[in-house]
Design a protein around this ligand. Structure first.
Ligand code: SF4
Length: 339
């Protein structure tokens, strides 16, 4: 059976009433781009404003570029709201919610869960997190939800760049139940907490134990660290997207690289692509933008692209034993010298 999907317009209704935009830029993630005509019609019908469709990428709520034309608001469809520090125009989020068949899926997960259970969810399933806790409690399990950072829309949410709601409770639970499919979030939650993660995937009939092959992942990352250590020239990538821009961190990394006699420069990029990296021609890159592209899809970039932590290991300023997924809490100031 197809999982049921619905757009949640309530908060957008309030925002449109408050802002009263005459013209909006509509951003859609790639899975929804082909329905752009339908959604543009829906927004015109609901709010009576002009709509311009954005043809650019939109991977997450963070993916906001200052609009190159005058609009009164950006409407981002499909992602949960994110608090962005500086916006040039108001941003209106219309989240996409996907219902999991919780009773049935959790029943298949129970034999693999160890109480107390930490419950975490990706944005599309966060609306069901309290129901998941109730079902677990009714089955005799203790269940906890972590609040997490201010980057998250609700307690228990995880992002590919923010597992704070899981790490916050990791020492008090024996396993995690993840409402969300795919490998990346389960890998991140497992690597950052060291706990077993059982995921409920809308595309599958049973709960899935993510047996994360940490060794294979770390071997791949070690090769990148070696490439960074050997690189003579390093491009430190700063994203121009509002929710991914970390200029101060990039400047700290630049100083560290130059102190170790690397020829390094800051590079401002919106979407990181193979063509752009090849054209720029650095031996290796470090991205302070979304970690997903670097960690999940790095092989497609044609050049070694590391995370800030990986550069610090390559420069000998951080110990390999302290390896962690790059996340939004990472700053170079927190690094302990363990040499
Ligand atoms: S994982 Fe990447 S796309 Fe998702 S919110 Fe974080 S920075 Fe944005």
């Amino acid at each position: 059976m197809e999982p049921s999907q619905k757009l949640s317009w309530e908060s957008a209704d309030r925002a449109f009433k408050r802002i009263r935009p005459k013209k909006v830029l509509l951003q859609l993630p790639s899975g929804l781009k082909r329905k752009g005509l339908l959604f543009a019609d829906e927004i015109r019908r609901r709010y009576g404003c002009e709509v311009i469709l954005s043809g650019d990428s939109c991977y997450g709520a963070c993916d906001i570029l200052p609009p190159p034309i005058e609009v009164d608001a950006i409407v981002q469809l499909g992602h949960a709201p994110m608090r962005l520090r500086k916006g040039v125009v108001p941003i209106i989020f219309v989240p996409m919610l996907i219902d999991l068949e919780l009773d049935r899926l959790i029943a298949t997960a129970l034999p693999q869960l160890k109480s107390p259970v930490g419950v975490i969810a990706t944005a599309q399933h966060i609306h069901q997190i309290k129901d998941a806790v109730r079902i677990l409690q009714a089955s005799g399990f203790k269940a906890l939800i972590g609040k997490g950072s201010s980057r998250l829309s609700s307690p228990g949410q995880i992002l590919g760049c923010d597992y704070s709601s899981a790490t916050e409770i990791a020492s008090r639970v024996n396993s995690f139940l993840l409402l969300g499919g795919g490998e990346f979030h389960a890998l991140g939650a497992s690597l950052t907490t060291g706990k077993t993660v059982i995921s409920l995937d809308p595309e599958r009939r049973d709960a899935t134990v993510r047996k994360v092959d940490q060794d294979a992942f770390l071997r791949r990352r070690f090769a990148i660290i070696q490439a960074l250590a050997e690189a003579k020239t390093i491009g430190i990538i700063v994203s121009s997207k509002l929710g991914q821009k970390r200029l101060r961190l990039a400047e700290e990394l630049l100083r560290s690289a130059r102190n170790e006699n690397k020829k390094a420069e800051l590079v401002l990029i919106d979407d990181i692509t193979l063509a752009k990296l090849q054209e720029l021609g650095f031996d290796a890159y470090v991205s302070t933008a979304c970690p997903r592209l670097t960690l999940d899809d790095g092989a497609s970039l044609g050049r070694p692209v590391g995370t800030p932590g990986e550069l610090m290991i390559a420069l000998g300023k951080m110990h390999w034993d302290d390896y962690a997924m790059y996340h939004w809490g990472f700053t170079t100031r927190r690094i302990r010298r363990r040499k």
